[in-house]
Write a protein that binds this ligand. Sequence first.
Ligand code: 2HA
Ligand code: ZN
Length: 274
Amino acid sequence: MDYNIKFVKDFIQLAANGYEQNWHERNGGNLSYRLKEEEVEDITQYCNFNSDYQSIGTSVPKLAGEYFMVTGSGKFFKNVVLDPEDNTCIIQIDDKGENYRILWGLKNGGRPTSELPTHLMNHEIKKITTDNKHRVIYHCHPTNIIALTFVLPLDYKIFTRELWEMATECPVVFPSGVGIVDWMVPGGRDIAVATSKLMDKFDAVIWAHHGLFCSGEDFNIAFGLAHTIEKSAEILLKVLSMGGNKLQTITPQNFRDLAVDFKVSLPEEFLFEK
Ligand code: 2HA
Ligand code: ZN
């Protein structure tokens, strides 16, 4: 593989950055990227097209034939930068959208991420709703966001509003808010269905007591979204730790004024009176 190919380089860079943030203990978290047609041409020479197809565990017909770079199941983010060929892989989806085959990577064996069903179902919905723009799905375990899922009600309106209030840029970075999935068993189709339903409306979905999923058109946008949300969660955690009694905050009218100047639309469902 040519590690100077931009998407490969950016993939590895994100893994390193996420690890530096302490969002990827052991094998925590996973990352996937949907290749553009011209990018497939760049990597074909490194691919083995003789590998067997295996079941995805769900169905993603709109992704038939597409190529993805993904982290490996049980692999550590810490190690992606050290040995990408052992810790990541490039897969292709079959023409029904039900099976995948490994074309490159996982040189010592293994499977794509245990969250492959959620990644692919998120990619499928985002491909449709963003007119083919979103290409990165990123799952991480950020400490402060996870902590908040124990003390805030698991209500997307409350989470969004509290996170927005903690940093002025938040409503500009995630104007559609954050979705929440109640605690569920990870790794299977059920949590994939629940998450991808929310990805229709949100670019970020919190898994209670587990972590965060972000979607973006490129690696910077997806990572920046996780970074912004986690930073905001850290501020909220500090505010709550100081007793949680806000003497002043950003008001609903402040948000409406911000929306005008920054040309974003902020749904009124988040601007309720408390
Ligand atoms: O271990 O983060 O959600 C990888 C995960 C599972
Ligand atoms: Zn996880």
